[in-house]
Design a protein around this ligand. Structure first.
Ligand SMILES: Cc1ncc(COP(=O)(O)O)c(C=O)c1O
Length: 358
């Protein structure tokens, strides 16, 4: 029996509950509408030759760079944001270094950082899940070599301000500060333009959320050209597959599709918030395509009762500071009709409703 590295043996297991996800999937913050029809059309034109060749990433990186208004030396396409984080950690962390993350947050940060042998320093948000700027600044030490900040954050939906991020970058010039903008499209605020003035700032984006391409696994990592060069050395030249590379230009060109989807999610988010207000269920105002709500001790029963009504939601009670919380992804308006009706019925059944006024 081989023995895995000590850092690997100590890792927390991260097993998202992917099995048996039938029904309306409001549990993984995916796009529940499906991707742009132009992407599907391009997929239908795939040839055997497209699949026989090793994929060429650079031409698509140029397109992505032009879209983002940066140079292609500043951009690396990755196998989802997950791989971007992985590469950054592999590039900049030595065993024994420190990585600062805010909790609760996306679980893969801790896994990918700790796998290098670095020590993860977690800074807990307050009860409002506001970004804990003071705590993060206090956590910075000479050993801090990476900081990972989700903006907006998952599972809370809250986001730090640009000024807070810049303050962190300046307070830790020895650290790679990765701002994970996976939910950027729903939020609309970015620090991408600040990369030019801050050599330790990196921004990650994904096609898994607003673009509806989670299955293709494509993300973007952007940083100062000189800081991206070593990251590129760690990456496989074929890390993004040919099908994904063919899809991306179509997805990027279909701005109308993206705008419609984002507008629909924002409307659904507002509707859900109003519904929760009416039911007297606490929630945290969200900048992303989901809302975290406080269900209390019956969080498991709630998720199960929703599942029985054909709607999957994600119990986030196990996340630090999230006891009793459940996260629900925003779907299309028809899907939200169904979800809101189920939510009201389940909340009434479980006696969670405090102030129904209708
Ligand atoms: C904050 C955050 N970052 C990254 C990801 C994963 O992105 P990708 O599918 O591009 O790996 C998620 C997925 O839920 C997320 O919530």
């Amino acid at each position: 029996m081989l023995k895995a590295r000590q850092a690997v043996l100590g890792l927390k297991e991260y097993h998202p509950p992917l099995a048996g996800r039938s029904g309306l999937r409001l549990d993984f913050n995916e796009n529940t509408e499906g991707c742009s029809p132009r992407v599907l059309e391009r997929m239908r034109q795939l040839t055997a030759d497209d699949l026989a060749r090793y994929p060429e990433r650079e031409p698509v990186e140029k397109i992505v760079a032009a879209k983002l208004g940066v140079t292609s030396e500043q951009v690396l396409l990755t196998n989802g944001v997950d791989e971007g984080i992985h590469l950054l950690c592999e590039t900049y962390l030595e065993a024994g270094d420190e990585v600062v993350v805010v909790t609760p947050t996306f679980g893969m940060y801790e896994v990918l950082a700790a796998a290098t042998g670095a020590r993860v320093v977690s800074v807990q948000c307050d009860g409002e899940f506001r970004f804990p700027l003071e705590g993060v600044l206090r956590a910075v030490s000479p050993k801090t070599r990476t900081m990972i900040i989700a903006s907006p954050n998952n599972p809370t939906g809250t986001a730090p301000t640009r000024e807070e991020i810049l303050q962190i970058c300046r307070a830790a010039p020895q650290a790679a500060v990765l701002v994970d903008e996976a939910y950027y499209d729903f939020h609309g605020h970015t620090v991408l333009a600040d990369i030019d003035g801050l050599p330790n700032l990196f921004v990650a984006r994904t096609f898994s959320k607003a673009y509806g391409l989670a299955g293709l696994r494509v993300g973007i990592l952007v940083g100062a050209a000189a800081q991206m060069r070593p990251v590129r050395r760690v990456a496989s030249p074929y890390n993004v597959n040919a099908v994904a590379l063919l899809a991306l230009p179509e997805a990027l060109q279909d701005g109308d599709y993206l705008a419609c989807h984002v507008a629909q999610v924002r409307r659904g988010r507002e509707r859900l918030a109003q519904h929760l207000d009416r039911l007297g269920i606490r929630y945290w105002p969200s900048e992303a395509n989901f809302i975290l709500m406080y269900i209390g001790s019956r969080h498991r029963d709630f998720a199960e009762a929703m599942r029985q009504r054909g709607i999957l939601v994600r119990d986030r009670s196990g996340d630090p500071g999230c006891d009793g919380c459940v996260r629900i992804t925003i779907g299309t308006s028809e899907q939200m009709d169904k979800a809101l009706a189920a939510l009201e019925a389940v909340a009434t059944e479980l006696r969670l409703v405090k102030g129904v006024s209708a």
